[in-house]
Write a protein that binds this ligand. Structure first.
Ligand code: ATP
Ligand code: MG
Length: 262
């Protein structure tokens, strides 16, 4: 039996009836889903659907209007420090202290997470992500792909159980994107779970064990990529979007509509 099926282990993440509002405006409206141990879970949705707001609530960056969030059974609102220690976070647009070199950034975050990192270990880690020669550069002097690799490394310094990655491959070339997929799969192989957002259906199909489609703050469907195609292939809205064989993108467009969002 795999860890994922173990009756004794709680889900790595439980989101129950989550509501997030900014002022009077509710942007996450009753979202619920669970992530199992060792699972890569994709949150898909048009611009403004509520993906980042959902992640922000799990990360403790915004206070939900209502709902319950459990990380490995730990209530995020009741025990925020305990829950946060289990999380690794890569925000939608990462930036780090402008005056520090990336070697210094790695040491700083190691310290913040309570992980002792020797100079040799930092050099080895930066070499593993192809950044050893950039060790003396500042974050702003890295290319977009290099910035993403560093941000993912920083998010995993403390070996978190659950990684929250907000559009980790946005703007990457195909080589860097593959590299990131490979790294994410490696992390799953270590027993970590990953919640990522993406606008790429190809990415969702390539790396996600399950995906949820969210729109206007509401979760529309959840399942494996193949399962979603199977379940929605005869929906007239999906058929209207399809050009031949129904794809995950046809399901996405069929369920969320084709008008451009904010
Ligand atoms: N701090 C904020 N204050 C007020 N409104 C916000 C704030 N953050 C997000 N919103 C609004 O909440 C809605 C959901 O935004 P959110 O960032 O969660 O969407 P998203 O699904 O991550 O979109 P994208 O794919 O463009 O990143 C949007 O209408 C956005 O304008
Ligand atoms: Mg977002």
């Amino acid at each position: 039996m795999s860890d994922a099926d173990s009756p004794t282990l709680p889900p790595v993440l439980e989101v129950h009836d989550l509501r997030v509002a900014y002022g009077q405006r509710t942007v996450v409206d009753g979202v619920g889903f669970q992530i199992r141990r060792g699972e890569i879970f994709g949150l898909l949705g048009p611009n403004g659907a509520g993906k980042t707001s959902t992640l922000s609530a799990i990360e403790g960056l915004v206070r939900p209007k209502s709902g319950r969030l459990l990380v490995n059974g730990v209530d995020v609102q009741q025990h925020p420090l305990e829950a946060k220690a289990l999380l690794g976070v890569q925000l939608q647009s990462s930036s780090f202290q402008a005056e520090l070199t990336i070697g210094q950034i790695a040491r700083l975050y190691g310290g913040l997470y309570g992980v002792r990192l020797s100079r040799e270990r930092i050099v080895a880690s930066l070499r593993a992500i192809g950044l050893d020669e950039e060790r003396g550069k500042r974050f702003s002097q890295l290319s977009g792909g290099q910035q993403q690799r560093l941000a993912l490394y920083i998010a995993t310094i403390h070996k978190p159980l659950l990684l929250l990655l907000d559009e980790p491959t946005a703007g990457l070339d195909p080589q860097s994107r593959r590299g990131l997929w490979y790294r994410i799969e490696q992390l799953r192989g270590e027993g970590r779970s990953i919640l990522l957002t993406t606008h790429s259906m190809e990415e969702a199909q390539a790396v996600c064990d399950r995906v949820a489609i969210i729109d206007r703050g509401t979760l529309l469907t959840v399942g494996t990529p193949a399962g979603l195609i199977e379940n929605h292939r005869n929906d007239p809205r999906v058929l209207a979007a399809a050009h031949g064989t129904v794809t995950l993108e046809d399901v996405f467009i069929g369920l969320t509509g084709s008008e451009i969002r904010d």
